[in-house]
Design a binder for this molecule. Sequence first.
Ligand code: ITT
Length: 185
Amino acid sequence: MKTLYFITGNEGKVIELQEKLKPLNYTILQKDLGYPELQADTLEEVATYGLNHVKASFSKPFILEDAGLFITALKGFPGVYSKFVYFTLGLGGILQLMNQYKNRQAIFRSVYGYYDGKDSIHLFNGECSGVISQEKRGSHGFGYDPIFVPNGDVRTFAELTISEKNLVSHRGRALDQLIAFLQKP
Ligand code: ITT
């Protein structure tokens, strides 16, 4: 059994990862070390900054992940500011903003960062397209889940089980790549 540390304060992310890694030979240990979220234009920059910051003081193999919701009519807002906006405007504020737009398309993006404990870092991306719902629905998941409906479904992420969300979500898709990488001989 291999151990992989997940540097995150978000338990929902850990639960999703554990569900996905069930068939594999990995134990996930959450470490809420905290790292500065760089004010940057892309999730990749935020994740890379986080990796370098954490690896300066933590030398075991670890992963971290940065995600954001990019709403087309709002020119990609809240995007890299998703966390701040979640705690300020909140889901109600986003729904109110969306009242003035017909186009409710949005993309969830995820970037997983991996440090091998020696010298190299790697990034893995995933995306999920969908729409912002008219109202909050569902009680599973976290964050923006109650207002995001992935394409091909009528349910919000918060109405899906963890394994259903993992099959189509931005994070599930990024994770598929990370898993493929970890399994390479
Ligand atoms: P970390 O400690 O791992 O950084 P976080 O909750 O701060 O956890 P992010 O910065 O990656 O996570 O996420 C930015 C915001 O987007 C935050 O408010 C999350 O709740 C939200 N978010 C990220 N992934 C989500 C998902 O799959 N479903 C709903 N909301 C999500």
